[in-house]
Design a protein around this ligand. Sequence first.
Ligand SMILES: [Zn+2]
Length: 162
Amino acid sequence: MLESTGADSINMASSKGILEDGLSNSEQFLDIDSLTKLAALAASVTSDCRCLLHDLSSWSTWPISYREQDFLQIGTLARLSSEEAILEEYHPAGTNYWSSTAPVAPRFYPYNQCTLWQCRCCSRIYLRHNDDGAYHVALRIRRLHAQFIVDAPHFNDGRESR
Ligand SMILES: [Zn+2]
């Protein structure tokens, strides 16, 4: 009988998450199309999950109850090193860094320094970056929502001009 084989392949598919086609490299650069596609897939996830314990719709300090191993890095939005990339943020509608409706504009800070992570349990997608403060580095996390992704241009393509 082939029934058990069928069940196995379903389990394998769900444990691998939604990324299978060569995007398993954690340092894979994700362009706006890939980002949008991932966000759309994540938006279809409706299951409850412990990654929803804290409201991460805006940038938050990594919650201490969250476990690093529950997330899998699936790529990066950083095309440039932190020295080359602009620190300018993109807020045409009067939002700020902390707004839950702040645009996710990959050429602009902090998105130009973000890595992308997938919850291993539910496949929801999260952005992470290290906020370099004067005294310590804060690890920040924000859930990726498709509706806030904006392909905003920058006159120097996100590169710091000197
Ligand atoms: Zn989750």
